[in-house]
Write a protein of this length. Sequence first.
Length: 303
Amino acid sequence: MSSPFELWPLKPMLAQRAPAPFDSRAYLYELKWDGTRCLAFIEGSRVRLQNRRLRDITYRYPELGELSSWIKAGNAILDGEIVVLSEGVPDFKKLQRREQIDHPFKIKILSELLPAVYLVFDLLFLEGRPLLESPLKERRSRLEDLLRPNERMLLSKAYPGGKDLYREALARGFEGIMAKKVDSPYLPGVRSPFWLKIKRALEIDAVVCGWLVSEKRPFASLVLGLYRGPKLIHLGQVGTGFSAQEMEELKKILEDLKTETPLFPWQSSREVVWVRPELVVRVSAQELTPERKLRAPVYQGLR
């Protein structure tokens, strides 16, 4: 195999969740960069960026077009995360602005106003040879020698211990850390126990205010609210974390609570069925945004 593009498209390796930070010599630890997962295929001056969904996103990040000149190799495949930084910390809202724009002129303007950075943490192919079966410590060693770090591409630093890094990560505003087994291979498309993510999780008790109608499931998601004084405010929707049985049971309870009166002003592209605010559920989420909306909520159970 002589060209990295012979492996295109390539599914990135994924991580499992770990409940708490830990220290072990069998692992290396990195900050968890909150952005867009990106494999970079490089051959000569040719660069192609692929996201986790196997889509070509090269056009979206023109500021990374010189990536091939930032490595000391003729061809390679890199794995990393595209982020937009604010004071050294990933700003997901700013990255979302980049992700939502498709017009070439606007993409160019945003690439100057909200420039992206490619944080590289793995090396999958180098000078005609796949490295997927090589241990992580070998891939990292080659990666460190290969990169020419600059303001648009940086190496994601590896640390020896997880507990201290986790505390520092949360204090700095990161969502968590990664723990990766030093002797592990790269398993494309596999959510492997060799890689572990340890993330900050917000848990909150939310009032069920209704549901969004689905033709295939009992509901698409639950509409959530939170009391701010005597007033209910919209907290967002949760559509994941339910078993099939839990959805059926919740739907039966909610059917008895239906009301014609909206609990707060809100417009949705889906049909909303409102309910009396008598049911409370526990939800975990990455954070509560400044707009008081849950980010990436997951249903945990009925309270």
